[in-house]
Design a protein around this ligand. Structure first.
Ligand code: KG4
Ligand code: ZN
Length: 396
């Protein structure tokens, strides 16, 4: 099931990264060669480095993937503290790179390019990664490839399952929620997304409101397993409106109200109340994502006319069994095959960045030392900014 050369060639003319250098000579060489790319990721609360290898016509190989999570540093605050994250990335990136090269059995001089997340994300962390990658490039003379973090998530199914273009991706994490038509390494079409919070953020806030720990998603899921999902009727936001856009901030408010009512009535929340609140909340998220995914599948099918279209998921919320089950069912009902990469590549990691960098480098795309860290970087630059994207424009 090796990846096909044509997959990447076909879309070269439609790329949208205007800032990139084009190296046509390099492009010709890169198409035929085995490529090894070192990737760096530091856009949120995971410091990561990885090495990925790919020869045209063969399956990609992750030679190493090192992830140094920061959950312990942020747990006491109930969310990621950007300054703490940035400092930890700066202290840990070189250690992760050293480990990733060692585990891959390679020296820095043996990789073909260095890929780094250049945005979107927490700016201090992204800057740490970009600075580290630039230093490595200057020291080794290797090419630099700046990767959009969302492209890393979106291209993961090609690394793990050799999925051919085009396919539909639902990216659903703590910071992001959007449907993407993936047409090439540098060709994405946003088919809808959240206009405010991401579902992971809503899971984390729910956990905080109910006195559970951080990150909240897995803890809310554990509680939900013991609860009655029908006791509280939470809203299914924006289902009454056409389109694939979503909203999760109202759900969080509804949960707070329900919690406060119980406290007013009984003076506190019992263990069963908490489980029922979690179950009701989780069902609302799963049903909302499910219905919006059904619509995205229909829109995508009209766009591509593929015999057997693929729906893939990525992001931490894709770890949630209720969400996964719902998406799987929707995929089956709409004639899609459903693909959820292994969890370690669904959540933040550097293998996905190395892989996205590798695919883009094969197309002849690379950056120079003017590459800057970008807190905001929409993948589909032609899409209308989301309602909640603020004065500075769309975040992602
Ligand atoms: O993709 P990820 O590791 O990091 C980014 O946000 O980029 O996703 C982390 C998010 C957190 O909000 C976490 O609470 C959520 O994914 N999450 C879950 C589950 N596991 C992680 N949400 C619901 N159910 C889970 N089992
Ligand atoms: Zn992510």
């Amino acid at each position: 099931m090796g990846l096909q050369n044509q997959d990447t060639i076909a879309w070269v003319g439609r790329r949208c990264y205007l800032r990139r250098l084009e190296n046509h000579e390099g492009q010709h060489l890169a198409m035929t060669e085995k490529l090894i790319v070192l990737g760096l990721e530091s856009s949120c609360d995971d410091t990561a480095a990885a090495v990925v290898q790919h020869t045209v016509g063969c399956d990609p190989e992750v030679l190493s993937s090192v992830v140094w999570g920061q959950t312990d540093l942020h747990a006491g605050f109930g969310g990621v503290v950007p300054e703490i994250a940035a400092r930890a990335h700066a202290e840990r990136l070189d250690i992760c790179v050293e480990k990733a090269l060692e585990q891959a059995g390679l020296l820095l001089g043996e990789v073909d390019a260095i890929a780094v997340t250049a945005g979107p994300g927490l700016i201090g962390g992204v800057m740490s990664g970009v600075m580290c990658a630039k230093g490595l490039c200057v020291g080794s003379g290797k090419p630099l490839v700046g990767v959009n973090h969302l492209a890393g998530h979106a291209l993961t199914p090609r690394m793990t399952d050799a999925v051919g273009y085009p396919y539909l991706m639902l990216l659903v994490s703590g910071g992001h929620c959007q449907f993407l038509g993936v047409y090439g390494p540098d060709e994405f079409k946003r088919l809808g997304g959240t206009i405010d919070d991401a579902p992971g953020e809503a899971f984390d806030k729910t956990a905080k409101l109910l006195g559970l720990g951080y990150p909240g998603g897995p803890l809310v899921e554990q509680e939900a397993a013991k609860g009655d999902a029908t006791r509280f009727k939470f809203p299914r936001p924006l289902l009454d409106r056409p389109g694939q856009d979503m909203s999760f901030s109202g759900l969080k408010t509804a949960l707070r109200r329900a919690r406060d009512l119980i406290i007013d009535e009984k003076g506190g929340i019992a263990i069963q109340d908490r489980a029922d609140l979690c179950a009701g909340f989780q069902l609302a998220v799963a049903e909302t994502l499910g219905e919006k995914t059904r619509r995205a599948c229909e829109v995508f099918k009209q766009d591509v006319h593929t015999q057997k279209p693929v729906l893939a998921v990525a992001g931490g919320v894709a770890a949630n069994t209720a969400v996964r089950k719902r998406l799987h069912k929707v995929a089956q009902e709409t004639g899609f095959s459903f693909l959820a990469p292994p969890l370690k590549y669904c959540t933040d990691n550097a293998a996905m960045i190395a892989w996205a960098g590798l695919e883009q480098f094969r197309m002849g795309l690379q950056d120079d030392l003017t590459l800057s860290a970008r807190p905001r970087w929409p993948l589909d630059q032609s899409a209308v900014p989301m309602l909640g994207s603020g004065k500075k424009g769309a975040k992602a």
